[in-house]
Design a binder for this molecule. Structure first.
Ligand code: PLP
Length: 392
């Protein structure tokens, strides 16, 4: 290995604008969430995602928690989610006292299988006074939460139509999908509410942070209210509900504003990385997770799927020995201890299979194309060593 560094999965891409803005915030003395850049950052994100309202939060998980709480989802309610996602999608459902219903994903991109969702609502639920009641648990199904896995938009067209027909809220977990779109419409803007993350490994980072986005003024008002300890009086500390301290700080907003100033460049670089992997690994028969035809992915993480877990582990080990960080996909929710007895629909076979073979490859905004070539060569060597009899 001639490199003196490891090639990481996805690290922050920081520029001069960030330094300028953070220093300015320090010079102005504004560090807390009361600072003026929080509102500026919210407006900039609202414009980018094409929604009316945006509420900055301390994390993506907090954004999802607020979205659920602002929708009035709580005890006795159920939220339908894909089985293949980060645990940060699921834990907030437990925070509000509701329960997840796990649905399988589609093979092509690992996002929620809307046909399976329909079957669940038709066969697993009964309609009572316009509400879908889960036949097995008695829970009221209130919302569906599509997750745009690794940047690929879920099938929001069919999902939104189905949700409207069954009077379900759509809460988009767009944590990984800032800059993605479907039919030209940004992810995050399709649902009743959308949730973004600015965690360190995401395309735009504030160190840690998130955002609730929505077209609906009432949802926005409620989410903002709950994010600031549900304070009802600007002079007195009077609180008529149980709120949270979930606000983003001015320092973080400064960082975020600097980051989104270069969003187009970020997306172009990720696009270039994704295209380069496909070019370099063409002809190997290797399968990539691919966005749907009418979808544009922000290419957050390049995702490949091998035949089984043994091959996945072998590849990750070979990459590791070569100083390259490859990472297994999220462990399906039904295989996580706190959710091992969660309500599930069907056998979740696709989620299990994609998880078994799934590897994310280094996809940082700033990764060089020569590093991408080196990663590709290492992947290619593993594939060729293991499959000498492939014919086509
Ligand atoms: C990152 C992420 C979250 C949570 O965001 P944090 O900012 O880390 O709290 C939620 N869902 C998905 C799918 C994510 O990738």
């Amino acid at each position: 290995m001639t490199r003196s560094y490891r090639i990481p999965l996805s690290i922050p891409y920081l520029g001069a604008e960030e330094k300028l803005l953070v220093n300015q915030a320090l010079d102005d003395g504004w560090v807390s969430s009361a600072g003026p850049l929080v509102g500026e950052f919210e407006n900039a994100i609202a414009q980018l995602v094409q929604v009316e309202h945006a509420i900055a939060t301390s994390s993506g998980t907090a954004a999802i928690h607020l979205a659920l709480a602002a929708s009035g989802i709580g005890s006795g309610d159920a939220v339908v989610v894909p089985d293949l996602t980060f645990i940060g999608s699921i834990n907030p459902i437990a925070y509000v006292g509701a329960s997840p219903v796990l649905i399988d994903v589609r093979e092509s991109d690992g996002t929620i299988d809307v046909d399976a969702l329909r079957r669940y609502l038709d066969d697993g639920c009964e309609r009572r006074d316009g509400v879908s009641i889960d036949r097995a648990t008695g829970a009221r199904v209130r919302a569906v939460m599509p997750v745009h896995l690794y940047g690929s938009p879920a099938d929001l067209v069919d999902l939104a139509a189905l949700a409207a027909e069954r009077e379900l809220f759509v809460i988009e977990d767009a944590a990984e999908a800032l800059g993605s779109s479907l039919n030209g419409r940004p992810t995050g803007s399709w649902g009743s509410l959308g949730c973004l993350s600015f965690n360190g490994n995401k395309i735009v980072t504030t160190g840690g942070g998130g955002m609730v986005v929505t077209h609906d003024a009432d949802f926005a008002k409620q989410a903002r209210y709950l994010s600031t300890q549900a304070r009802d009086d600007p002079r007195e500390y009077r609180h008529n509900a149980i709120g949270f301290n979930y606000r983003l700080t001015n320092l973080q907003a400064a960082l975020g504003l600097g980051q989104i100033a270069t969003i187009e460049d970020r997306l172009a670089r990720r696009r270039g990385v994704a295209a380069r992997y496909r070019e370099r690994l063409a002809g190997t028969g290797l399968r990539f997770l691919e966005p749907a035809r009418s979808a544009i992915s922000n290419n957050w993480l390049v995702s490949i799927v091998l035949d089984d877990a043994k091959r996945r582990e072998a590849l990750i080990a070979t990459l590791d020995a070569a100083g390259i960080e490859g990472r297994a996909f999220f462990v399906p929710v039904h295989m996580q201890r706190p959710y091992s007895s969660a309500r599930r629909w069907g056998d979740l076979r696709v989620a299990e299979r994609i998880y078994a073979g799934g590897v994310n490859l280094p996809s940082s905004t700033g990764v060089s194309l020569s590093d991408v070539d080196e990663v590709s060569e290492t992947v290619r060597s593993v594939l060729e060593a293991r499959a000498p009899t492939v014919t086509q």
